[in-house]
Design a binder for this molecule. Sequence first.
Ligand code: UDP
Ligand code: MN
Length: 297
Amino acid sequence: HLAPSPSSESAPTTFKVACCCCRSRKDVQTCTHWKAPIIWEGTFNPEYYNKEYRKQNVIIGLTVFAVGNYLDLYLKNFLATADEFFMPGFPVIYYVFVDDLAKLQALELSGHREVTGLQVERHERWQDVSMLRMETISRAIETHIRHQVTYVFCFDVDQQFKGRFGTEALGELVGLLHAWYYRRPQYFYTYDHNPRSAANLDNSGDFYYHAAVFGGTWQQVRNLTESCYQAILQDKRNKVEARWHDESHLNKYFWLHKPTRVLSPEYCWDESIGWRRDIHVHRVTWAKKQYRLSRVN
Ligand code: UDP
Ligand code: MN
């Protein structure tokens, strides 16, 4: 069987990917039960994907938020390492959402890629800064991102690229397995279990996805972010907040709308976990968290 082929709404991809059950890694799960590939080192040929996507002239958008002192602490390193490792050899536009454009300019980013700085409000609570990214991304896709790129990937800023994060990661709707939970039994998953929250999910989810990285075609990412934003608004009206904020809503969304491609934790690894036999490469790693400094409110 073949991995699901893209729907006609966005349909930039016309080539087939190989059967995901006959790939070369035997030690890890390489296919979801709905037949989406799970991308691990050793399961793909990067050159194959580069060649196919080059034919399609794809442009990839990357969104990242750096509000308050997250800008000082993490942004420069995030973008410098993205220059080197995110979609190497392909045109990428960075959409950087900040509360202080002057500070962004002062960073004097010297990379070769287009950087679009966008002003956002600084919400008082860090939970709102994080959650309401869904609203901002959805709006930005509607107003201009959709006219500029084929695919969009959305990242937390408190991390850095360490290895190739390339075209093998592109797909209609892409989710990432959370480094802490990928080998854990489902009862460890920290879904929201409050029936009053729109993110409520009983323990029947597929995986625990990490909200630090998600992506897909602009159409799919718009649908995802808009839907999560509406769910967040509903929670606010009902005076509840999901357990892990935007991540809980994302997990609910991926339960209802299965990702067509799933990234292994190699795509966002927490080095404090230590060595794991099945993690062959670190493509993105978590930055050392400076909660005291970064979460001022
Ligand atoms: N963020 C920000 N400023 C803040 C809080 C959050 O820019 O004051 C953005 C930033 O991109 C960050 C993301 O929201 O990476 C998610 O927040 P955080 O990384 O603190 O959440 P965690 O990864 O700890 O769940
Ligand atoms: Mn983070």
